[in-house]
Design a protein around this ligand. Sequence first.
Ligand code: PEP
Ligand code: MN
Length: 269
Amino acid sequence: MKDIKLKHQRGKPLEISIKGQKIGHGHYTMISGPCTIENYEDLYAVAMELKKMGIHFFRGGAYKMRTSPYNFQGLGKKGLEYMKKVADETSMISVSEVVAVEDIEMIREYVDILQVGTRNMSNYRLLFNLGKVKNPIILKRGFSSTIEEWLLAAEHIIEAGNPNVILCERGIRTFETYTRYTLDISAIPAIKDLSNLPIIVDPSHSSGRREMIKSLSWAAIAAGADGLLIETHFSPDKAICDSKQTIDLEILKDIINGNKKLLKLWNRD
Ligand code: PEP
Ligand code: MN
């Protein structure tokens, strides 16, 4: 594995700068918000609450990759318009998923950081085209992909011209069914060993269970993750997408307070 052929991802840890914030190289990044954008008012309200907690990055899906075609597929362009309006009004940095090559240019007009979902990690044409833009890219690990395949997926984006890749461990498929996926904590020190890219962790999609988000978040920070991506909602039970894994703002506050202590283990803040 050590001889995995990476032309990039070498040298000192990558630091990504965006709108005055830094990601990677000792900086800790918290990204939070609803699974899907439901309407403007709720997105604005949740972003304002996150901002009050000192969070600079908010997320929301406009194009959802749902397993079932009968589930809500996202607000599409309307959702992106809300995203941009909220980012402008709160001076926050927005994150949303891009699912198709033909959407890249349009999404870039509305969103700061583009996310590649687990189901698209091996969509190499999408990755190549994301290499042609400047936005930071959050590359989620394919739920059946090895660490090597994931790093090579990142290599596709970087080799095509965009060095600003953030890896996101979001759980892999194992024989366990109690959780939605299995969070691969060992991926964090492995990535630190093999790559200079920042790695963040998504405890929401990996567990699928609200009651586990705090433990898994703390475990990820203790293991050296550069940040977290967590689904939150004012009324998690009413969230129209991924409600069971969505936490409320009080739990998020607890997580952030705990993180402050854990980051000291790594001499970070
Ligand atoms: C998401 O973060 O909105 C998402 C769908 O995640 P994943 O691609 O990891 O399932
Ligand atoms: Mn979700």
